[in-house]
Structure formats: C-alpha cells, structure tokens
Design a protein around this ligand. Structure first.
Ligand code: ZN
Length: 85
C-alpha cells in the first residue's frame, strides 16, 4: 500500500516547489503567491503531473483518515468491552 511518504518521494519536484509557496499549508489551488501554480504557468511543471499528484494525495489523505477512524472505533469498542468486564 502506498503511504503519503512514498507519494512525496515520487513527486519530489512538486514538494520542492511547494516549499516556496507563501503558505505552508498551501493546496496549490486558490492561494495567492503559490510557487506550484507559478511553475505550471511558466511551463516548468506539467499541469497533468500536478493533477496526478493532487489526486493521489487526496486519495492518500482519504485512506489515512479512514484508517484513523477505524482505529478510533476499535478503541471505543475495546473500552466498552473492558467496561463490561
Ligand atoms: Zn502552493
């Protein structure tokens, strides 16, 4: 299974660019002074490549969020079990 970290390694150039964005939590979509958007505009970065990165990142975030939720539910179930005992 691909983790967010693996994904970041595959798209190192985009990560490198994103470090130059004005905001550290930049999503590279609507933010002003975004280095990634600027690179796409200038033709340094392929828009297709960025879209792939963006889509994969969203997927990875969704999966890790789901995993955390499952863990949270497991934890709650365990607590309930312990209370019964
Ligand atoms: Zn950005």
């Amino acid at each position: 299974m691909d983790s967010v970290e693996n994904l970041d390694n595959d798209f190192e150039d985009i990560l490198e660019l994103s470090r130059r964005c004005k905001f550290s939590d930049c999503t590279h979509t609507t933010e002003p002074e975004c280095a990634v958007k600027k690179a796409i505009y200038e033709g340094i970065l392929s828009e297709v490549r960025f879209n792939n990165y963006y889509r994969l990142k969203k997927e990875a975030e969704y999966v890790s969020e789901k995993e955390n939720k499952t863990k949270a539910i497991d934890y709650m179930k365990q607590k309930k079990l312990f209370q019964k005992v």
